[in-house]
Design a protein around this ligand. Sequence first.
Ligand SMILES: NC(=O)c1ccc[n+]([C@@H]2O[C@H](COP(=O)([O-])OP(=O)(O)OC[C@H]3O[C@@H](n4cnc5c(N)ncnc54)[C@H](OP(=O)(O)O)[C@@H]3O)[C@@H](O)[C@H]2O)c1
Length: 316
Amino acid sequence: MGYAKNPDCELVAIASRTAEHAKLVSERFNIPNVYVGIDNWKNLIDKEELDIVSICTPNYLHAPIALKAIENNCNILCEKPIAISREELSQIEENLKNKNLIFFTSFQKRYNPVFKRLKDIIENNVLGKIISVRYYFSHYGPYKSWKALSEEKWFFDSKKAGGGVLLDLGVHCIDILRYLLGEYDKVNGINFNTSCINMEDEDNCNVIFRLKNDALGFITASWCNEPHETVDIFGTKGYIKLDLTNKNFVSYGPRKLKKNDYLQNLIECKPSGDIAQYVLTNHFIECVKKKTQENPNFEDGKRAVEFVLDAYSLKE
Ligand SMILES: NC(=O)c1ccc[n+]([C@@H]2O[C@H](COP(=O)([O-])OP(=O)(O)OC[C@H]3O[C@@H](n4cnc5c(N)ncnc54)[C@H](OP(=O)(O)O)[C@@H]3O)[C@@H](O)[C@H]2O)c1
């Protein structure tokens, strides 16, 4: 949708497994060339003259499509998670070297202005040294909460999804925490269960970790609860709690912080998670035009997947 609305962009081709979905999308967005079938995305990338490949297939196809796009010198906007194994991450990284291509990871939450204002607060030392952070993110899963298209329920299939709810939602949480506070240092523990959905991997999960700035981190990702998203930041001089599912979304302490201009900017901000995807797409297209790599880049996508794989390695 973001591409169709951007005047600098021409949609030239689409690949989809089923003719029905390909027809629906090609008619809606006036896309002239359609490639139907399980492997036909390869022909699309080989035959068409493309500046950009946008990857929004099931997770297990992200890396193979990205590698093909890199081979054909196409810039890439890749859905999260950008890969499902360390080998895939290394392959993409290796093949991107010396290519001068723009690679964006679809972490659209970064474009919600709330997080930029929260970052200003942290960077201006309003909360003092940050000592701990907590991100809670839940909904009822892909087929109830946002009605993912395919009937095969690939999100619940380990081979196609590469993991469970932590790989799906947890990557957003760690990306925002890295954006706000810098790199994570070490994942210390995970507990998880499969409670609500008939699937192999976790649908409910907690991870504890440490950031390089020494703050303690805690992420909950769950497909077993109503849509809920909260971010709590605790520092030596105060705390901020965001409830992104609530109209009055900021609470803070101590009360004297009320006079702080950065905090006022946050309180007055209108969360705009809904349009963040368009803003991301436009920013990506701008970067492709200018040939400048900005964030969220490959490294951001890679670190988020590594975080999840580090946590999974502690499952046994
Ligand atoms: N950034 C975010 O917040 C966000 C939000 C939602 C989803 N996502 C990501 O987006 C990706 C897709 O999720 P979704 O919810 O859109 O899933 P979905 O509804 O199941 O859609 C998957 C799409 O991939 C197509 N596809 C499957 N196999 C294909 C193949 N071999 N060749 C070409 N096309 C193929 C499907 O086409 P057919 O139906 O024709 O098979 C369908 O259009 C996932 O990686 C997910 O994590 C990210």
